[in-house]
Write a protein that binds this ligand. Sequence first.
Ligand code: FMN
Length: 375
Amino acid sequence: MVHEDIQSTLSSDNATPSNLAKPFYIGEVYVNPPVILAPMADVTNGAFRRICAKIGKPGLLCTEQISTMALHHASERTRKMFDWTDAEKPLSVQLFGSDPAIMAEAARISEERGANILDINMGCWVPKVCRQGAGAALLRDHSLAIRVVKAVVKAVKVPVTVKMRAGWSQDLLNTPELAKELEQLGVRAFTLHARTAQQGFNGEADWSLIRHIKDAVDTPVIGNGDIRLPQDARRMMLETGCDGVMVGRAAIGNPWILKDIAHYLAVGELLPPPSVSERKQAALEHVRDLAELYGEERAVRHLRAQLPRYFRGLPGAVHMRMDVMTALTISRIEEILDNVLPCSRTRDDETGEDGYPVFQAANSFADRGSSSGSH
Ligand SMILES: Cc1cc2nc3c(=O)[nH]c(=O)nc-3n(C[C@H](O)[C@H](O)[C@H](O)COP(=O)(O)O)c2cc1C
């Protein structure tokens, strides 16, 4: 059901910012602020989560999805995903799979290793995952989804959550019904990425679908999909009544967005953008931390696409991106970053190739309002 305070907010449309910044609980886990770093494969590893925790201070951080089958077969690569530290709390560990016993086993291992929340992936649409009956394929097989959730809930004491797409396809938007059933089994929160599995990342997220699931369940609902600016997060909360917001792509190379959103929800003002030296420091910290786990060359290669995002919109950023593509060592990265010019203000009219805004000066941010009025 829609919370009374949110309901009155919606009907009067005079939300005080602090209403929207209200923390919430997932089981015993306090999510404060109600801003969450999304699970992203090959992105939200320990190094990135730690940078996000330090700079963005979200109320919850998620691991990338972990294959329970690979864990069962003791894959070294998968074991390396258990790379969290006390700096990343509270932490939600996301599991994918379709075998209830193997999911339960992975849930127990994750809990023993300190997971605060276990999240079941019912949103991944990539064929490799769905062919195994896992991820969003579970949205097409409710009886299997139910067995998986029952097994995981029974296996652990920490709260279990589910992250889902709005349905398999436009003809099968059955998430609210499924969520109602899963809530009865003990699921303590739902995240909705407001696209169907068939959509992949195409088109825009349809936030009205978040509203539908919010109306169907009593447990907290976290809204997700296409939050690019703090104003988007506010609008999503107002339009859907969701309890929290989850941010994915906009946080890559921009961990500041998480605290910007929390601040905007709390006080209705935008923070100034990070300085060039803050960006350099964050990018270097990110790659150095990853090198601890992956080794230097692999870490540098892995972050070739991500490091330039810390500098989007700055003079010289395009050149820098080309240089980073050939770097193999951290000292070469340092050399390249030393050539990024310091400046007090970034261009505010640039949009990245994926449609995500580059860093913007606070004034232009405020003038512009929302990044898109089309939701
Ligand atoms: C590179 C990448 C990897 C992702 N990996 C996962 C994943 O492991 N588990 C998951 O549930 N969603 C995954 N997602 C989806 C995101 O969690 C999120 O639902 C989606 O990006 C929409 O949010 P956004 O518009 O804020 O990016 C991934 C998205 C991206 C861009």
